[in-house]
Every structure is written in C-alpha cells, then in structure tokens.
Design a protein. Sequence first.
Length: 255
Amino acid sequence: MVDLQARRSFFNCCANAQEAGLEAKPPLPIVVIACKVFQGFLERYLPDHLTREVIWLDYGLHAVPKNLKSAIQEQIDRIRVPSLIVLGYGLCGNGLHGIQTGIHTILVPRTDDCIAILLGSRQAYQHEFNQCPATYYLSKGWLESGSNPLQEYLGYVEKYGEQQASWIMDQQYRHYKRLALVAHRPEDLEKYRPKAKEVAEYCAQWGMQYVEILGSEEYIRQLAEAAQNLTLAGDDFLIAPPGSELTQSQFLRLR
C-alpha cells in the first residue's frame, strides 16, 4: 500500500527544486555514484569538467540489496564537502531504501530498477513489462561483467557441483519467459549478440524466448541535464534535500 502521507511530505519538501530552496544552477559540486552499467553513457553527458568526482560501483552489488545500500551509503558518508550527489540507480530491489543524505542533496531516477533507465523511460519499461512481465534483461555492461545466468551457473558449478548448481538455477529462473538484450546502437546489438546468444542457448531449458531491444539514452540525458539544473528534474526524478532519507514509498507512483 502506498504511503500517501510520506509521499506528500517528501514531494512538498523537495520534488520542486525552487521549493527546496535550490537555485536553477546550484553551486554545489556534482558527485556521481553509479552502477558500472552506465559508465559509458553518463561519462558522455556528464564529462569530467562538470563533475568533482565519479564513483563506479560493481555490477554484482544488485544481487544483495543490503550490500548495495551499504556500498552507496559508505561513499556518501565519505564525501566531506556538501555536494549534489547523482545516483545512477533505481530503487533496485529496495537497495536505496533508507539511504541517508547527510549533508548532501541527492538526485536519483524515480524508477524501480536500472532497466527503465537503459530502455530510455518509465513508459518504455512499462511497454515491455506489458508485453512480457517475466523478462530477464541483458546489457553490454552485464555481459562484460559476467553478470548473467550462464556465468552464474558456472560459478555455482565450481562452488557446489553440477547437480546442486542446476537445482539452484532452476529455482531462480524457471518462471522467466523472455531473455532480452538491450543496446542503444545497432552496432552494439551486433557486437554483443554472440555473447547474448550463448546465454540464450543456456536459458532455452526454461523456454525463454530471445529478443533484442534498441533502447535509448534519453533517461540518462535527462538525468545529466537535471544535475546541472535541478529545476529540470520532473516527475521521473527524486530530489532529496540534506538531512533526509530515501524510502521505497517515494519511488511508488499512483496509477
């Protein structure tokens, strides 16, 4: 159930940059803390001269949300100068729930996970969800890092043996119906197709259909623009002022 009171309180405080007491172009230094899956994209839209620091965190942190939260909070607490911290994450399995802003202002996409950001918008994600809710997504970042069902299986085989590994994977993936490779350029689809097809061949045991989706950098571009001018942060973003925290209810949307 949506915590309406919490949402109203939060958005009354900070969904609008002017109401949060922030100038159109805040003098705060910009610090990026993001998943490595966005490394090439965010660097393109937020080059070095616009950021004080950029921190890329490991892909694997998504697997255990409490570890993701701890890693992000550790980086936030390490920054001593009041800053605008741009989080390159969605809620990510509640990994951002309970994040404390401390002395900083936080800007974060208002989305459940990274998939909507890779696809380009919440609407694009909703479209794909309506097509097939039980979809496992691949991207070049996750393929390069070995974060996919095939590599996960091989890791389990080494640790537990083939029989136990197969049982674990079956419990995790038997309900998926589709495996989707998301890329932002046709040449990336071509480049990463062979690796994705290897994963698809392994996942065929659960009847997963392999598809390719051409995503968009639009969400990332908007995030970078909002970081430079917080008045541009619309309903697809959250602005958390100093002394506040991120909660699950702030990411939820009334339908």
